[in-house]
Design a protein around this ligand. Structure first.
Ligand code: ADP
Ligand code: ADP
Length: 227
């Protein structure tokens, strides 16, 4: 699903954000990415979404070699990915239903498909009763579930989440990651950056730890070593 071969990223101001990263994520995995602030976690995700290009090395996502991807093809790559953000990024003037429907509309889905699928996805994240609410009327956890519904609406193979629980109650964080697990069980590959060690320990998945731009640990027993 994802392959990094000797990948380095040096920003134009000379900052070396990643050096010689080698890793492989299989289809269907659920991976936590951890590491202190400035470690290179966001850069890692941005290389996968083609928001940034590597300075050295090769990246493959799905069957696509990103080095060969033309700028104009980036939007098509992104359609195979769902993205969830720490600050939700919902459209405030749209309802919950409309926020999710809009993500289908922009990729050219018909009104009929939208009417069929949006209620299904809102049910999946337990928001069927909030369809007509605006984001400001919802709790942080509920807003993030809208963000998740929007990310899933076009059936992505890969879900990328950059600190999705960073702005919500710790108790509700578990609910969000429970939903991620549920989605992962249905076959979606998940990459989730987090600072919350309690989540990482609780869910016991593969953990990639980045420090100073290099992968310093990549393990399924990370929570045991750090307990
Ligand atoms: P993390 O997500 O782990 O906090 P980042 O990937 O955001 O880390 O940043 C890694 C390093 O790259 C940091 O030193 C950061 O200041 C630097 N950096 C991030 N984005 C840019 C940019 N657009 N231009 C220059 N330096 C950047
Ligand atoms: P379109 O793509 O045709 O511009 P939308 O994306 O806004 O329409 O919505 C798709 C369909 O869902 C439309 O027929 C719209 O009337 C309907 N719809 C919009 N909001 C809601 C809602 N809160 N509950 C039920 N159906 C809705």
């Amino acid at each position: 699903m994802i392959e990094f071969q000797d990948v380095s990223k040096i920003y134009s101001n000379g900052t070396k954000a990643l050096s010689n990263v080698n890793l492989h994520v299989n289809d269907g995995e659920f991976v936590f990415i951890v590491g202190s602030s400035g470690a290179g976690k966001s850069t890692f995700l941005k290389l996968i979404t083609c928001e940034e290009r590597p300075s050295e090395g090769e990246i493959v996502v799905g069957e696509q070699k990103l080095n060969e991807l033309k700028r104009g093809d980036v939007p098509y790559l992104r359609r195979t990915m769902g993205m969830v953000f720490q600050d939700f990024r919902l459209i405030q003037k749209m309802t919950v239903y409309e926020n999710v429907a809009f993500a289908m509309h922009v990729v050219g889905a018909s009104s009929r498909e939208i009417r069929r699928r949006v209620p299904y996805i809102l049910g999946l994240v337990n928001l069927q009763n909030k369809a007509d609410c605006h984001p400001r009327e919802l709790s942080g956890g509920e807003q993030q579930r809208v963000g998740l519904a929007r990310a899933l609406i076009n059936s992505p193979r890969l879900l990328i989440a950059d600190e999705p629980t960073g702005n919500i109650d710790p108790a509700l964080s578990f609910e969000i990651v429970d939903l991620f697990s549920e989605i992962n069980k249905r076959g979606t590959t998940i990459l989730m950056v987090t600072h919350e060690h309690s989540l990482v320990k609780h869910f016991g998945r593969r953990v990639i730890e980045i420090h100073g731009g290099t992968v310093v640990a990549d393990s399924c027993n990370w929570e045991v070593r750090h307990a």
